[in-house]
Design a protein around this ligand. Structure first.
Ligand code: F6R
Length: 253
């Protein structure tokens, strides 16, 4: 007899601003219900309006983040936290300097020895565990099918670690870094195993260029070549697809 919990695939489609409102409302609801909630957060272009909506919840409705603990998925390596391209800087700028959440973590991208990196990654995992595990993990999806910076080939049980970035991922970062040679070749990322331990997962995919990979992730085989496909094994994941994907994915509706 199988004791595995059933995997519920929830698909929410709509125009991007509607998805943003729904996701922000879900996060606000969680924080109201559990003031010491542990949130897993993503960076990139897609979540910025979600963070703007959370700032509005804080300023206009008094949502209190003072006991919330946040863990970000990833950080470039090597990079200094103060660098304008760092995810540390992104989170500070887009969210944490605008809400009352003093406890937030982004993996350190500061250059260190191999041993120090491994120890810092282990500590990151311990911090998540000590906080009680992640209640809600927000994810985007990369063109390579990555979640966090788990590029194709990432293993189901991988943990926080140093990884190499794929060519497409580095190409997508050129706009932020100014030139190809300035884009870091590596990053520190939570592992697939770390992400799948979150109690609830929300993935948001926006735009035509995510269409094929999102379809593969949702409905294709669960394989290391499409890291987001591992989410099919999670019991509580919601896929939020914007209009560009909705129109092109009739088989998912
Ligand atoms: C960022 C992250 C990445 C992004 C993905 C999509 O912390 O973990 O997996 O979510 O690359 O990025 P955007 O939203 O810029 O398309």
């Amino acid at each position: 007899m199988s004791t595995q919990s059933p995997c519920l695939k929830t698909v929410i489609t709509g125009e991007y601003p509607v998805l943003v409102r729904r996701i922000a409302a879900r996060i606000a609801e969680l924080v109201r219900f559990k003031p010491n909630a542990v949130l897993g957060l993503a960076t990139g272009a897609t979540p910025i309006p979600i963070y703007e909506a959370l700032v509005r919840y804080h300023r206009q409705e008094g949502i209190d983040f003072s006991r919330v603990v946040c863990f970000n998925l990833d950080e470039y390596y090597p990079i200094l936290p103060a660098s304008p391209q760092s995810y540390h800087h992104y989170m500070q700028n887009n969210l944490f300097r605008k809400i009352n959440c003093p406890t937030w973590h982004v993996p350190s991208g500061e250059a260190a020895s191999q041993d120090m990196i491994e120890e810092a990654c282990h500590q990151y995992e311990m911090q998540i565990q000590n906080a009680g595990g992640i209640d809600l993990q927000l994810l985007g999806i990369g063109r390579t099918g990555h979640i966090g910076f788990n590029e194709p080939g990432s293993q189901r049980h991988s943990r926080t670690r140093l990884v190499n970035l794929d060519r497409e991922t580095r190409e997508d970062a050129v706009a932020d870094f100014g030139s190809d040679k300035d884009v870091p070749r590596q990053a520190i990322t939570m592992g697939i195993g770390t992400i799948l331990e979150a109690r609830e997962i929300i993935l948001i995919a926006r735009g035509e260029k995510k269409r094929t990979i999102t379809q593969l992730a949702m409905d294709g085989p669960v394989v290391a070549e499409v890291p987001a496909s591992y989410l099919q094994e999670h019991p509580r994941v919601s896929w939020y697809l914007d209009g560009a994907l909705e129109n092109n994915l009739p088989q998912l509706l």
